[in-house]
Ligand binder design. Sequence first.
Ligand code: PLP
Length: 369
Amino acid sequence: MNHHRPDHSGALLSIDLDAICANWRLLKEMLGQADCAAVVKADAYGLDASRVAPALARAGCGHFFVAHLDEAIALRPHLPAAARLYVLHGAPPGVEAEFLAHDLIPVLNCLPQVDAWSRLARTTARALPALLQVDTGMARLGLAASELAAIVADPGRLHGIELRYLMSHLACAEAQDNPSNALQLERFRAALAAFPQISGSFANSSGIFLGRDYHFGLARPGAALYGVAPVAGAANPMRAVIRLQGKVIQTRRIEAGSGVGYGLSWRTAQASRIATVAVGYADGYLRSLSNRGLARVDGIELPLVGKVSMDTITLDVSALPADALQTGSLVDLIDASHGVDAVAERTGTIAYEILTSLGARYARHYIGG
Ligand SMILES: *Cc1c(COP(=O)(O)O)cnc(C)c1O
C-alpha cells in the first residue's frame, strides 16, 4: 500500500515492529495466566495491520480484534489459520454468513445480533463461536443488564452459540483513581456470575495496569502496543514505536517583525531563520499544532511558527548553526524523546488520534518483525 520512495516524499515514517512485539510481550508478562490479544482496528492504529498483525502472530499472539467486518476480511489472509479474529462491531444484519466464509468471530452487542447468530447456527447446524458484550457503564456497545437478564432467563436464546468470552469495556481505565473502574468491575463480575463456564475479557491497555482483578481470561490492548502511555500521569513503560522525520524543502532569513505563514499569525521578534518542511495537515500533522508544534535536530528544539498548511510547516531554526539545515535535511517531528503522547498534549488531543491520523504520503519504513 505504501508506494512512496524516501527520496520522493516529504517525510519518512519508521515503524518498529520489534518494539510492537516487545510491548506485546511486556503486557503478556504482566497478564500471567491470562491471554493477551492485540487490537489492530483502524489499520493497527494507522501503522498497517497487514504488517503489524503477522509480526505479532509470529511473536505468539493468537487473538486479534478489529472494529469492522471489512477490516477483518482484509486482514484474515495475513494471519495464520489458528489465529482468532474478532469483529468488535459484530455482524451487520443480513451478512452474518460472511463471518463463516472468512472464519471470523463476532462480538454480539445487542439482542438482534444474538438472535441472528443463533438463527444462523440453527440453519447451518453448526455451533458458532462468538463473544458476548455487556455494557457495564460506558453506554457505548453491549447488552444492558436487563437484556443480559433476559438471556439468562431464556438460555434457548443462545442456542447454537459457542460463547468464547463474556466481554465488557472500561470507560476510564487510564485514570487509575477513577471510581468508575471499580464500579464497572463489580458489574462485570455480576454479569459473569450468570455464566460460570465462560471466561471474561475486560481490560484494554490501561485496564491491564489496573491490576490482576481486571485481567480475567483475555485482555485486549491496542494503544500500548504502539507505544502510547497506558497510565495518565505516570512514566511510560512501553517502547517507542514510530519515528517521523520531515524533510526541509527551503530555508530563508527574515527580518525582525516579519510575518510567517497563512494569516501571518506569527511575527518574529528578531531576525530569524525559517525552514519549510514538507509535512502538513493533509498528512495528519494536525492544523491545531499551528504555533504549538515542535521539531528537533540533534536534540535542539525548533518551534513551529505560523499556521500548519496543507503540505508544509514552518520552523524557527535560529537556534541551529546557520548551515545546519539544507534542502533535503531531515528534522524529527515524532521520536522516542518527543513521542505521540507529547505531540498530542501540545494540541489537546490523545496519542490515539495522532497515530490514526498519520498520513498516506509518508515513505514508510518497517523495522524488524
Ligand atoms: C479500541 C478498543 C480496545 C483497545 O483499547 P486501547 O485503549 O487502545 O488498548 C479494546 N477493547 C475495545 C472494545 C476497543 O474498542
